[in-house]
Ligand binder design. Sequence first.
Ligand code: KIV
Ligand code: NA
Length: 273
Amino acid sequence: RKPLTTVKLKKMKQDGIPISMITAYDYPSALLAQEAGIDVILVGDSLGNVVLGYDTTVPVTLDDIIYHTKAVTRAATSCFVVADMPFMTYHGSIDATLGNVGRLMREGLPQSVKMEGGIEIAATVAACVQAGVPVMGHLGLTPQSVHQIGGFYVQGKNAVQAQKLIEDAKALEQAGAYAIVLELVSESLAAYITSQISIPTIGIGASVSCDGQVLVFHDLLQYGASEEPKKMVKTYANIGNEIRKGISEYVKDVKSRQFPQKEHVFQNEAWRE
Ligand code: KIV
Ligand code: NA
């Protein structure tokens, strides 16, 4: 299987073929996602929450993302890999931003980067695209701005906010972004934005009207924190339960000296002579 390209992703929208995207943060998760036939892997800064145990994505650094992107791209040889630009790594001068983007591209080896924001970052997106780096946008609930937004709520609820989202999406398209994640946007607004731009929208909590869907690996597989799944998430498997079960069996076997058994052990007497 040949990896997708930004050109093919845009063609998928035209052809009405949904884009499947999942996050991954390490070699085994990326390998499994690829073997399962996923189109796009996102090394999301959600790694701050689901892998590193932070409350928000704000503490995630460029070094964190590079480290995890390296592991993912070693596995994902036939998937299109997108890596998140972390909090405040693309808000300084264009030179500083291009320096950070360049490091991530050279060291992590993703095919693309993702940035949160609309009109405010349009010039930055354009500069990256001009430098040859494909950029995926991210609108609606943008977790890096959680302290400004004040929580994890549905976005674009009134006419003013909705108009801003529509203009943001158009600005990103104009700046050369090849796709946009729409997070926590009502179904009708997501459908309208999707109809107003020629680049694909990839929804999370934004309905089936988007051109594709993305979910966090640990959410859709119930891997990790055993809290109630969010409304926007469907649990496709509960590997957290399987892991807990496996490890508790192991603990039991160690405590009762049932592990290791003969077949796991090496026999040799020659050392005595
Ligand atoms: O970091 C992430 O996982 C994301 C997706 C939810 C789109 O940005
Ligand atoms: Na993210």
